[in-house]
Design a protein. Structure first.
Lengths: 479, 101
């Protein structure tokens, strides 16, 4: 009798800790969506996670048995914590999106592995019981967890490779058909496995199914353009959430269920919000109109650009009243944020008003540029959002575009055939002078031609952003 | 039809939790400014690391060496997701705080 009471107590302690964890996840997510409370929100969610893990190890009971192998579990936790902590402390701010993608993939792989281990157990038990098929909540949860987790893992790895510049885009109309048929195949085999008669140790079908999910993950992300990877990562993020929730369903585990579904639904909304910031639909991103035809601004090839010398640029900037800097990912790649800040300090000391115009999707992810500039100690007040910056453009003397391209491309406003037509841009053309810093005339990340470069107001300052800024700062100092 | 009803009855609590969580997830982040998209994605990325609990359960009730090894790997992967996710998010948000001072 005492035994039963203590068992009941333990179970309720665990359930209460899961309730607490779920509440902390929700509050954490809520706080994460406001700038002032975001950091504490992250910590709240982490605390919820810590509690859920600790109480699971202490109080989880299955068929009257406590968690065993605790030392091994602790070793695995220590290894994972060390690598995770080390990697995220070491990673450069510019490589943040890749890191998020890897961690997302790890979660997906974890969910897939769980399913891969639970399926044989379930099948053996069902074979023993003499069931005629495996259709049921358990089977559906296991197979969906495996499929979604596998797709998320493989897809995240490809997304990582693309963001890191290791994998190029493979675009071919045939790929779309292959993709679609693969997706159909996956669902058909899912149903077929569910209707299979359970046989002891008959694991080949589930291994083949797992393999197919991995292949689909690769072919799903492969044709999507590198510039769209943030949206893809966000989508895969919500996939992993759903995969985790499937595990929760399987174990009747409330923390996994609410945590997973919460990420699944908020991740989907976030994905849609990201698409909206680029004025595109999710379907458009997945099927991929970006850079497919290279339409728009074709005539640009035979136009000429004007260059500006360093000394002319230095004079122009020093005697301006108001300067706007438009930073892009090129600035971050060249690790030139700090020099950029030096330039703005130098100009400010000469009485020039310097501000930064931040496009919502500047960088590799929305908000990425704010993080990068904040890292270089650029004060918050100097970062101006696109709409406010556009209102001030007409009384701006010089706009310096550093390593940005699409976010200032006028084709978004005046060329309906351009793939970015309709995307809001920073209206650099409204300013009196434009200086574009760029490595060469090669097309940008999204490979869309930019007529701004050929405009009479614009002059180019070619070279690596860091080296050029260095020289420019030196030049201004020597004036 | 009977089977669908039975399915609903068997899992009614979980189905409730799922449906309510979907709406909650949508509601909670629907007014987020673009600046926070990246940290929010990264933070929610860490939250789905809750899948680690499943890995701990599998490993804690492992019946063979193979499932112990696979469970071990799963726990490591899950921990990477959790710890890496939260630390990366904190690093991003640290920057936001600094610029307010």
């Amino acid at each position: 009798m005492d035994n039963i009471i203590s068992l009941a107590n333990q179970i309720s302690v665990l359930e209460i800790s899961y309730l607490l964890a779920s509440v902390l996840f929700i509050l954490g997510l809520k706080k994460l969506s406001h700038p002032a409370t975001a950091r504490s929100g992250n910590l709240w969610a982490a605390a919820g996670m810590g509690a859920a893990i600790l109480f699971t190890i202490l109080f989880h009971v299955k068929e009257g048995k406590h968690i065993e192998n605790v030392p091994f579990i602790l070793i695995a936790l220590a290894i994972g914590s060390f690598i995770g902590w080390y990697a995220s402390k070491k990673v450069k701010m510019t490589a943040m999106p890749q890191m998020v993608s890897i961690f997302n993939g790890m979660g997906g792989a974890c969910a897939a592995l769980i399913s891969l281990m639970e399926f044989p157990k379930m099948q053996n038990a069902m074979a023993l019981a003499g069931d005629s098929h495996m259709l049921g909540g358990e089977g559906i949860a296991i197979l969906l967890g495996l499929m979604i987790g596998g797709v998320s893992f493989a897809g995240s790895m490809i997304a990582f490779g693309k963001l890191d510049g290791r994998i190029g885009d493979i675009k071919h109309p045939v790929l779309r058909i292959i993709n679609l048929s693969f997706l159909v195949l996956l669902f058909v085999s899912l149903v077929l496995i569910l209707f299979m008669k359970p046989e002891t140790d008959n694991n080949l079908p589930i291994y083949l199914f797992a393999f197919a999910a991995l292949v689909y993950g690769v072919t799903f992300v492969m044709p999507i353009g590198g510039a769209d990877m943030p949206v893809v990562i966000s989508l895969l993020n919500s996939f992993t959430g759903v995969a985790a929730a499937m595990g929760g369903f399987l174990y009747g585990n409330q923390a996994m269920l609410t945590g997973g579904i919460l990420v699944g639904s908020s991740g989907t909304i976030l994905t849609i919000l990201m698409c909206k910031a680029m004025n595109r639909s999710l379907m458009n991103v997945i099927i991929g109109a970006f850079g497919v035809a290279g339409a728009g601004g074709v005539e640009a090839a035979d136009k000429t650009v004007k260059e500006i010398s360093l000394s002319d640029a230095a004079v122009l900037l020093s005697y301006s009243q108001k300067v706007y800097i438009v930073p892009g990912y090129g600035l971050a790649v060249a690790q030139a944020q700090h020099l950029c800040h030096e330039l703005d300090n130098l100009l400010a000391s000469k009485g020039v008003e310097v501000k930064y115009a931040i496009h919502p999707v500047a960088g590799r992810m929305p908000g990425h540029m704010n993080v990068l500039l904040a890292e270089a100690d650029v004060p918050y007040e100097k970062l101006v959002e696109m709409e406010d910056a556009n209102n001030e453009m007409s009384n701006t003397d010089v706009v310096i575009v550093i390593g940005a391209n699409d976010v200032v491309n006028p084709a978004a406003e005046d060329d309906p055939s351009s793939p970015i037509y309709g995307m809001p841009i920073i209206k650099a053309l409204d300013a009196k002078n434009i200086i574009v810093m760029k490595r060469s005339m090669a097309a940008g990340y999204a490979a869309i031609p930019n007529n701004l470069f050929y405009h009479s107001k614009n002059r180019m300052l070619f070279g690596d952003a860091k080296a050029t800024l260095q020289k420019l700062v030196a030049e201004i100092k020597s004036l | 039809m009977d089977e669908v009803l039975k399915f609903f009855l068997d899992y009614k609590e979980m189905i409730f939790a799922i449906v309510l969580s979907i709406f909650l997830g949508i509601e909670v982040i629907s007014h987020v400014p673009a600046v926070l998209h990246t940290p929010l994605m990264s933070g929610s990325n860490a939250i789905h690391g809750v899948v680690i609990i499943g890995a701990i359960i599998v490993m804690g009730h492992a019946e063979s060496t193979l499932s112990l090894i696979l469970g071990f790997i799963a726990v490591i992967l899950g921990t990477l997701n959790v710890v890496g996710g939260f630390v990366v998010t904190d690093r991003m948000l640290e920057m936001f705080k600094k610029k307010k001072n």
